[in-house]
Ligand binder design. Structure first.
Ligand code: GLY
Length: 362
């Protein structure tokens, strides 16, 4: 993500400073809101609000601009993440996303609309640059929730989407390097006992990226919507579906409570339906941050397979959660952290907010 991330962060800071009433005291640095402060600086606490994973610093500003112009939260969050879906330098989402093990880019996305409670998603869709737009169409123009693979692509084509080559040169080279270094370090596991930390004779789990973008918003009418979109785990087994397109896992929202979404190792989230869990915890009174930390702890407690645990019995992977509630509070947490942040915006501008951490490394 190097060059583009630097550029987009610079743009984000510039726009944040313009919008910020406190720009003079904050200089050119982003305003960083500590995890303890769950309410962003805001003249109007019940005003519109947008949150996103950190790679959505432009997305939250775009969504907020549309919301302030009167857009529904669903339209706004999808337009926000479209900026990242079309960015060839973000290798975790949309065009330019890392391909699967066969070198084919397969994308997952989902949306949820608070006022109607409806959801739409696509999984393993190929050749369509904006899977979040197709997920929105599944919500709006079908009586279904999930469309997968060729069916999802055919549905997109029926609605006028072009089928494009999404494999950029950068992503293709990443894939070739991976193929050239293949050994027994992949996800095709031999029969094994769950307590077997060394699958087969010399299995060593690879470090993989699970980049994704999640974005949720509250619009001027107080309605909430969410979107999550991703190219999924880099070099995944073809056909693998992550958490992003699964309602309750990659995202969940309830107009009466709030919204939550995730990035990181989707398999852990699929087994815990943590975004739904977070919204339910907020319904019971947890702050967004406390609910996100609860979900991290749930995943940690849930993880029992030896090859996913470190020497102290803690997960050896990471998952991040982001949440907002109807009181205008935001919060996020990750399993492993210390310096993690997420993006947020309100009528005052853009912010980077601390992610709380379940575990930190010494
Ligand atoms: N969280 C994204 C994925 O696992 O596909």
């Amino acid at each position: 993500m190097g060059q583009s991330t630097t550029k987009s962060r610079r743009d984000f800071l510039k726009k944040s400073a313009v919008a910020s009433v406190a720009a003079a005291t904050l200089g050119s640095a982003p305003r960083v809101v500590s995890a303890a402060s769950s309410v962003l600086p805001n003249k109007k606490a019940d005003g519109p609000l947008v949150i996103s994973s950190r790679n959505g610093q432009q997305s939250v500003l775009k969504a907020m601009e549309l919301i302030q112009g009167g857009a529904d939260a669903l339209e706004a969050v999808v337009a926000g993440v479209n900026l990242v879906e079309e960015d060839p330098n973000d290798t975790s989402v949309g065009y330019g996303g890392a391909p699967n093990a066969l070198g084919i880019v397969q994308l997952d996305a989902a949306v949820m609309h608070g006022p109607t409670g409806r959801a739409g998603s696509v999984a393993c869709i190929e050749g369509i640059k904006y899977p979040s737009k197709v997920a929105k169409l599944v919500l709006e123009r079908t009586d279904h929730v999930n469309l997968v693979g060729k069916g999802a692509q055919d549905f997109a084509v029926m609605h006028g989407f072009p089928v494009e080559n999404l494999l950029t040169e950068q992503a293709r080279e990443m894939w070739v390097r991976w193929r050239e270094n293949l050994s027994n370090r992949d996800e095709y596991l031999p029969p094994h006992d769950p307590s077997d930390a060394i699958i087969g004779s010399d299995y060593v789990p690879q470090k993989r990226s699970w980049g994704t973008i999640h974005c949720s918003a509250i619009d001027l009418a107080g309605n909430i919507s969410s979107v999550t979109t991703t190219s999924g785990m880099a070099f995944k087994i073809p056909g693998r579906v992550g958490d992003s397109p699964i309602i309750g896992a990659g995202l969940y929202c309830d107009n009466e409570v709030g919204a939550a979404g995730s990035t990181g190792r989707g398999e852990a989230n699929l087994e815990t339906l943590a975004s739904f869990l977070i919204v339910e915890r907020m319904r019971e009174g947890d702050s967004p941050e406390a609910a996100c930390l609860f979900a991290c702890k749930r995943i940690s407690d849930h993880t029992k397979v030896a090859h996913l645990l470190d020497e102290n019995g803690r997960p050896n992977f990471n998952v991040q959660f982001y949440a907002l509630n109807t009181a205008g509070e935001v919060g996020g947490a990750e399993i492993w952290g210390g310096n993690g942040k997420f993006a947020a915006a309100n009528s005052e501008g853009g912010f980077l907010v601390d992610l709380a951490a379940l575990y930190t490394r010494d």
